[in-house]
Design a protein around this ligand. Structure first.
Ligand code: ADP
Ligand code: MG
Length: 333
């Protein structure tokens, strides 16, 4: 995209044209950007899933940390992750922008490029949105739509006592990267940095697990495993035991966390923004789950057990129970 213009020269409609000129045709899109409403058609027999997320400057992101490209990617990634957690197929997105005065056009170009790259990677078509002026900071709101056959959709409410609790990938990287960024100390760790600034939604794995029928409940880990498993427990009417020593962590995480004065598993247990999947499944499905997940080049690890109690406990191997400082990120506490 060439930048001969400022945003004020371009105006609202110029900007919308600038975004839409890079949008490719998508599956099921009958009418995309440009009309009063978009028109889409679902695959026969499937249901529509819809989810929306807001990202506010200085609440969810800082412009000095995120390049426009990575911010564009992440704005869609967090929504795609919610769809992955339902085992559904992401299809369409709406993008609403509140733009502060003086935001460089280059920033919007980079943002759009990142957003559309993430969209292409996950088969999502941008079909509309809204664009307005913001008096304080950049406001990004993304609505995603997805589809799946009704019987295959995985909810938070299906966990049963005796099921194992699993997580994909590794936990704690994003929270550690955030701590290090806040202390100006992340230099030279691109792996950790990418886990915070450029998360990978587990779309293909989530869908495979759903279609395999092996899992009973699923959620994406956006607020920390303890908090997010807590949502499964609450909606399923169950409790759980999490074994922090079994939580999968990455090599860079272990290297950095070794010198931390805090409870070593605190970040892995309660740190947000990893966008891994946590799910529950009967123990007899272990082997099949491992092979299903491996097909996508990642690992999944059993980290706990669903119980019929009313609480979620954290149990160390010496038999002691650990009460974490805070279960996870919450905007109002
Ligand atoms: P209306 O006034 O009817 O709300 P708009 O002028 O806001 O329509 O939008 C015109 C078209 O551009 C619509 O199809 C809308 O979905 C699309 N659009 C607006 N803003 C964006 C955006 N940030 N990204 C993608 N599409 C957008
Ligand atoms: Mg509008």
């Amino acid at each position: 995209m060439k930048n001969n213009n400022s945003l004020s020269n371009l105006g609202e409609f110029g900007l919308i044209d600038r975004i839409s000129s890079h949008v490719e045709a998508g599956k099921g899109v009958v009418t995309g950007i440009g009309d009063d409403a978009a028109v889409t058609s679902l695959t026969a027999g499937m249901q529509l899933l819809t989810s929306t997320d807001m990202l506010l400057e200085d609440v969810h992101f800082r412009r000095k940390w995120h390049t426009p490209h990575l911010l564009g990617r992440k704005s869609l990634a967090v929504s795609v992750s919610d769809i992955a957690a339902m085992g559904a197929i992401p299809r369409w997105a709406l993008l609403c922008l509140g733009i502060p005065s003086g935001l460089p056009l280059d920033f919007l170009d980079g943002f759009t490029e990142g957003f559309l790259a993430m969209a292409a990677e996950h088969g999502v078509a941008l079909i509309g949105g809204d664009t307005c002026y913001s008096r304080s900071g950049l406001v990004i709101s993304v609505t995603i739509m997805a589809e799946q056959y009704p019987d295959l959709i995985v909810r938070r409410s299906g966990a049963r006592p005796g099921d194992e609790i699993w997580v994909t990938g590794a936990l704690g990287d994003a929270a550690l990267a955030l701590e290090l960024l806040e202390r100006n100390n992340l230099a030279g760790n691109p792996l950790l940095e990418a886990r915070l600034l450029d998360p990978t939604p587990r779309t293909a794995v989530g869908r495979s697990l759903a279609e395999s029928g092996l899992v009973t409940a699923m959620i994406d880990v956006s607020d920390g495993l303890l908090a997010d498993y807590g949502h499964i427990a609450e909606l399923s009417g169950v409790g759980g035991i999490l074994y922090p020593e079994r939580l999968p962590t990455s090599a860079p995480f272990r290297e950095y966390a070794a010198g931390q004065p805090v409870f070593p598993h605190q970040l892995a247990l309660s740190g947000g923004e990893d966008y891994e999947l946590a799910f529950t499944a009967p123990p007899e499905n272990r082997e099949k789950i491992n092979s299903t997940v491996k097909k996508h080049g990642i690992e999944a690890t059993p980290v706990g057990i669903v119980t019929n109690s009313s609480e979620v406990a954290v149990l160390l191997s010496d038999g002691s129970r650990h009460i974490p400082r805070k279960p996870g990120y919450n905007h109002f506490t």
